[in-house]
Write a protein that binds this ligand. Structure first.
Ligand code: GLN
Length: 487
């Protein structure tokens, strides 16, 4: 692998500006790396080399002309394959969209292209972003770069594996119940879910619209902050997009956190943690104390209900969102239909995988008359109660910390037969989606078999700057982020 690929995105950006490397060379290095290792990893559904090289060329022209480069210009990025990019297929790793070509760019894609960020490929995911291990892709599994027999986490497993294996310095993922943070944790990198409404969802294939948020993957906190600056901002195409100016998160990364308060979520460290994860959390607490922060235990009494709430609301929303895939307007259509209803049924039976079908059935049931009040309405009320738990917690502390997941990456195939066991991996991440708050996972050590452990940091709505500050201080106190998977 070329040394430049091991550098952080901001270091790569600097090397470009200092003319130590050209954008074309850097993008070619990234494409070569994908060519070398992706057969083993399965991180990419497709490689968009033409688009990436065209963008890189524009960057080099700007450099030659002595013009100033937009933030992160020339730094290779992988786009989760549920976001539209004109000139590429957007499959959501589903057979039903196997040959679907993006008719327009997602807003995040427009922003990346405006900043001249070369998009090297479309990253593999669990079908329609439903899953925690990336084993639900209709095409191929993603392997964890730290151990190819383990899962990378899901649903943005391809995005995380790409960054962890230095195929790209950056990636975008989407997080509905933890799909950025969980794979970041399993792959030993930084993954960040913004406040709901910070990043436009226009052009993202919807899973559960009241929970979905797009966010950055990177190997450092500074890169994460920079990429969020690029992709955030108001968008009239998304009615839930917040009308707020784009912030500069990088300027406060190194602010002193002396005297600030860190809350440890009692319920998420109480039981069921793998011993090495527990140890890493205890060490994180010590790190924050040594940085002068006050660390205290804080309770989120209803967090234990979050999985139950989520799997009603997310499935209800997905059953509605996925109704559009009926063989009429998009993607796959069955070859042998006797009439219209038969066409709908066969198209969907052939096009969706088992987990997607399970979710559509669960969601349709929860929304059906007679069950709506008992399930959907109750879950909405409980969502409010969980949100209030967070509000109460944040009246006592600046940020909350918890493990991103009670365990490290598990073996491929070990949970595929047990959907409930798979759902339980989301216990620590779903709360932030229900409450719409920003949350991120950062590298916090390794377990005894060398698999990465993630520390989760959560902050009040719109307090991204504060969250990045706490994340950066932790990151700079250790060298975890400097370890790179040996593949
Ligand atoms: N693992 C969760 C699920 O399967 C979260 C997915 C996500 O955030 N997209 O729904």
């Amino acid at each position: 692998m070329q040394e430049i690929l091991k550098k952080s995105a901001m270091e790569q950006f600097k090397a470009l500006k200092n003319k130590e490397v050209s954008a074309l060379e850097l993008t070619k290095a990234s494409l070569e790396r994908i060519n070398d290792v992706d057969e083993k990893l399965g991180a990419f559904n497709s490689v968009t080399d033409t688009i990436a090289l065209e963008t890189a060329k524009k960057v080099d022209e700007k450099i030659t002309a002595g013009e100033e480069l937009p933030l992160l210009a020339g730094v290779p990025l992988a786009l989760k394959d549920n976001m539209n990019l004109v000139g590429s297929k957007t499959t959501a790793s589903s057979k039903i969209l196997e040959n679907f070509v993006s008719p327009y760019n997602a807003t995040v894609t427009e922003k990346l292209l405006n900043n001249l960020i070369p998009i090297v490929g479309k990253a593999n995911l669990d079908e329609f972003a439903m899953g925690s291990s990336n084993e639900n892709s209709a095409f191929k599994k993603v392997h964890n770069p730290w151990n190819l027999n383990k899962v990378p986490g899901g649903s943005s497993g391809g995005s995380a594996a790409s960054v962890a294996a230095c195929e790209s310095a950056l990636a975008l993922g989407s997080d509905t119940g933890g799909s950025i943070r969980l794979p970041a944790s399993f792959c030993g990198i930084v993954g960040m879910k913004p406040t709901y409404g910070k990043v436009s969802r226009y052009g993202l294939i919807a899973f559960a619209s009241s929970l979905d948020q797009i966010g950055p993957f990177s190997r450092t906190v500074e890169d994460s902050a920079a990429l969020l600056e690029v992709i955030s901002g108001h968008d009239p195409h998304d009615s839930t997009s917040l009308k707020l100016p784009v912030e500069n998160y990088r300027k406060s990364l190194n602010d002193d956190i002396k005297g600030k308060k860190v809350g440890v979520v009692k319920e998420l460290v109480a039981e069921g943690l793998a011993p090495d994860v527990d140890k890493a959390i205890q060490q994180a607490i010590e790190t924050y104390k040594s940085l002068g922060a006050e660390v205290m235990e804080v309770s989120l009494p209803n967090i234990k209900h979050s999985i139950g709430i989520y799997y009603i609301l997310a499935t209800a929303e997905c059953s509605s969102n996925l109704a559009r895939f009926d063989g009429v307007k998009y993607g796959h259509r069955t070859k042998d239909a006797n009439n219209l209803l038969d066409m709908y049924c066969k198209t969907r039976a052939e096009g969706f995988g088992p987990e997607v079908k399970r979710r559509i059935m669960l969601g349709t049931y929860a929304l059906s008359s007679g069950y709506y009040d008992a399930y959907y309405k109750k879950a909405q009320q409980m969502r409010r109660i969980v949100t209030e738990d967070f509000l109460k917690a944040f009246s006592q502390v600046d940020v909350l910390i918890a493990p991103t997941c009670p365990n490290t990456a598990f073996d491929l195939g070990s949970k595929t037969e047990d959907p409930l066991a798979m759902y339980l991996t989301d216990i620590a991440t779903i709360g932030a989606n229900l409450a719409g708050i920003p949350a991120m996972s950062i590298p916090a050590g390794f377990d005894s078999s060398g698999m990465p452990i993630g520390l989760q940091i959560m902050a009040p709505q719109l307090a991204e700057a504060k969250m990045f500050n706490f994340a950066y201080k932790f990151e700079q106190s250790h060298d975890f982020y400097k370890h790179i998977a040996n593949i």
